[in-house]
Design a protein around this ligand. Structure first.
Ligand SMILES: [Fe+2]
Ligand SMILES: [Fe+2]
Length: 159
Protein backbone atom coordinates (compact mmCIF):
# COMPACT_ATOMS: atom_id res chain seq x y z
CA UNK A 1 0.00 0.00 0.00
CA UNK A 2 1.29 3.42 -0.92
CA UNK A 3 1.33 6.18 1.73
CA UNK A 4 -1.13 9.01 1.39
CA UNK A 5 1.73 11.51 1.18
CA UNK A 6 3.35 9.71 -1.78
CA UNK A 7 -0.02 9.10 -3.40
CA UNK A 8 -0.76 12.83 -3.27
CA UNK A 9 2.68 13.74 -4.57
CA UNK A 10 2.38 11.35 -7.52
CA UNK A 11 -1.12 12.67 -8.18
CA UNK A 12 0.41 16.14 -8.41
CA UNK A 13 2.93 14.76 -10.87
CA UNK A 14 0.06 13.34 -12.94
CA UNK A 15 -1.29 16.88 -13.19
CA UNK A 16 2.20 18.11 -14.17
CA UNK A 17 2.42 15.44 -16.91
CA UNK A 18 -1.00 16.47 -18.23
CA UNK A 19 0.15 20.08 -18.21
CA UNK A 20 3.23 19.05 -20.22
CA UNK A 21 0.97 17.19 -22.61
CA UNK A 22 -1.13 20.31 -23.14
CA UNK A 23 1.98 22.48 -23.48
CA UNK A 24 3.29 20.32 -26.32
CA UNK A 25 -0.12 20.14 -27.94
CA UNK A 26 -0.25 23.93 -27.85
CA UNK A 27 3.21 24.04 -29.43
CA UNK A 28 1.98 21.59 -32.06
CA UNK A 29 -0.92 23.87 -32.99
CA UNK A 30 1.43 26.85 -33.08
CA UNK A 31 3.84 25.09 -35.45
CA UNK A 32 0.99 23.94 -37.68
CA UNK A 33 -0.18 27.52 -38.08
CA UNK A 34 3.39 28.69 -38.76
CA UNK A 35 3.75 26.15 -41.57
CA UNK A 36 6.14 23.76 -39.81
CA UNK A 37 4.17 20.54 -40.18
CA UNK A 38 7.12 18.32 -39.18
CA UNK A 39 7.66 20.13 -35.89
CA UNK A 40 3.88 20.07 -35.35
CA UNK A 41 3.85 16.29 -35.84
CA UNK A 42 6.79 15.84 -33.44
CA UNK A 43 5.04 17.93 -30.78
CA UNK A 44 1.81 16.00 -31.12
CA UNK A 45 3.69 12.74 -30.51
CA UNK A 46 5.44 14.35 -27.55
CA UNK A 47 2.08 15.43 -26.19
CA UNK A 48 0.83 11.83 -26.41
CA UNK A 49 3.95 10.58 -24.67
CA UNK A 50 3.38 12.93 -21.73
CA UNK A 51 -0.20 11.72 -21.42
CA UNK A 52 1.23 8.19 -21.39
CA UNK A 53 3.36 9.17 -18.38
CA UNK A 54 0.23 10.37 -16.58
CA UNK A 55 -1.52 7.05 -17.35
CA UNK A 56 1.46 5.02 -16.09
CA UNK A 57 1.57 6.97 -12.81
CA UNK A 58 -2.17 6.58 -12.27
CA UNK A 59 -1.93 2.86 -12.97
CA UNK A 60 0.89 2.56 -10.44
CA UNK A 61 -1.02 4.38 -7.68
CA UNK A 62 -4.03 2.12 -8.23
CA UNK A 63 -1.90 -1.04 -8.23
CA UNK A 64 -0.51 -0.01 -4.84
CA UNK A 65 -3.95 0.40 -3.37
CA UNK A 66 -4.18 4.16 -3.71
CA UNK A 67 -6.56 6.51 -5.49
CA UNK A 68 -5.49 8.21 -8.72
CA UNK A 69 -6.92 11.63 -9.37
CA UNK A 70 -7.63 13.74 -12.43
CA UNK A 71 -7.17 17.28 -11.18
CA UNK A 72 -7.53 20.73 -12.68
CA UNK A 73 -4.85 21.48 -15.28
CA UNK A 74 -3.71 25.09 -15.57
CA UNK A 75 -3.86 26.92 -18.87
CA UNK A 76 -0.74 26.64 -21.07
CA UNK A 77 0.91 29.38 -23.17
CA UNK A 78 -0.22 29.71 -26.79
CA UNK A 79 2.37 31.85 -28.54
CA UNK A 80 6.13 31.57 -29.08
CA UNK A 81 8.80 32.85 -31.41
CA UNK A 82 11.14 30.98 -33.68
CA UNK A 83 11.45 27.16 -33.75
CA UNK A 84 14.76 27.58 -31.88
CA UNK A 85 12.99 29.48 -29.11
CA UNK A 86 10.26 26.86 -28.89
CA UNK A 87 12.74 23.98 -28.54
CA UNK A 88 14.82 25.93 -26.02
CA UNK A 89 11.60 26.26 -24.04
CA UNK A 90 11.07 22.48 -24.31
CA UNK A 91 14.58 21.86 -23.00
CA UNK A 92 14.06 24.21 -20.04
CA UNK A 93 10.70 22.62 -19.30
CA UNK A 94 12.15 19.10 -19.31
CA UNK A 95 14.91 20.21 -16.93
CA UNK A 96 12.20 21.48 -14.61
CA UNK A 97 10.31 18.16 -14.85
CA UNK A 98 13.53 16.26 -14.03
CA UNK A 99 13.72 18.21 -10.77
CA UNK A 100 10.12 17.30 -9.94
CA UNK A 101 10.86 13.61 -10.54
CA UNK A 102 14.04 13.80 -8.43
CA UNK A 103 12.03 15.27 -5.55
CA UNK A 104 9.59 12.36 -5.79
CA UNK A 105 12.47 9.86 -5.59
CA UNK A 106 13.75 11.67 -2.47
CA UNK A 107 10.32 11.44 -0.89
CA UNK A 108 10.00 7.71 -1.66
CA UNK A 109 13.52 7.15 -0.29
CA UNK A 110 12.70 9.05 2.92
CA UNK A 111 9.69 6.77 3.36
CA UNK A 112 11.78 3.69 2.56
CA UNK A 113 9.22 2.77 -0.10
CA UNK A 114 11.37 0.59 -2.39
CA UNK A 115 8.63 -0.21 -4.90
CA UNK A 116 7.89 3.46 -5.53
CA UNK A 117 11.59 4.27 -5.83
CA UNK A 118 11.92 1.46 -8.37
CA UNK A 119 8.91 2.76 -10.29
CA UNK A 120 10.29 6.32 -10.30
CA UNK A 121 13.78 5.36 -11.51
CA UNK A 122 12.13 4.64 -14.83
CA UNK A 123 11.15 8.31 -14.99
CA UNK A 124 14.60 9.44 -13.91
CA UNK A 125 15.97 7.55 -16.93
CA UNK A 126 13.18 8.88 -19.13
CA UNK A 127 14.13 12.45 -18.18
CA UNK A 128 17.75 11.82 -19.20
CA UNK A 129 16.40 10.91 -22.66
CA UNK A 130 13.96 13.83 -22.75
CA UNK A 131 16.63 16.40 -21.91
CA UNK A 132 19.13 14.88 -24.36
CA UNK A 133 16.55 14.80 -27.16
CA UNK A 134 15.52 18.43 -26.62
CA UNK A 135 19.14 19.56 -26.38
CA UNK A 136 19.93 17.62 -29.56
CA UNK A 137 17.16 19.36 -31.49
CA UNK A 138 18.27 22.78 -30.20
CA UNK A 139 21.82 22.05 -31.42
CA UNK A 140 20.57 20.83 -34.81
CA UNK A 141 18.45 23.95 -35.35
CA UNK A 142 21.36 26.20 -34.41
CA UNK A 143 23.66 24.47 -36.89
CA UNK A 144 21.04 24.39 -39.64
CA UNK A 145 20.40 28.14 -39.52
CA UNK A 146 17.57 29.77 -41.48
CA UNK A 147 18.41 27.93 -44.68
CA UNK A 148 18.26 24.49 -43.09
CA UNK A 149 15.21 24.91 -40.90
CA UNK A 150 12.78 23.20 -43.30
CA UNK A 151 15.14 20.25 -43.59
CA UNK A 152 15.06 19.80 -39.79
CA UNK A 153 11.30 20.26 -39.93
CA UNK A 154 10.93 17.40 -42.40
CA UNK A 155 13.34 15.23 -40.38
CA UNK A 156 11.29 15.66 -37.20
CA UNK A 157 8.19 14.93 -39.20
CA UNK A 158 9.43 11.33 -39.54
CA UNK A 159 9.02 10.64 -35.85
FE1 LIG B 1 6.79 13.26 -18.83
FE1 LIG C 1 8.77 15.06 -21.05
Amino acid sequence: MISEKLQNAINEQITAEMWSSNLYLSMSFYFEREGFSGFAHWMKKQSQEEMGHAYAMAEYIIKRGGTAKVDKVDVVPTGWGTPLEVFEHVFEHERHVSKLVDALVDMAAAEKDKATQDFLWGFVREQVEEEATAQGIVDKIKRAGDAGIFFIDSQLGQR
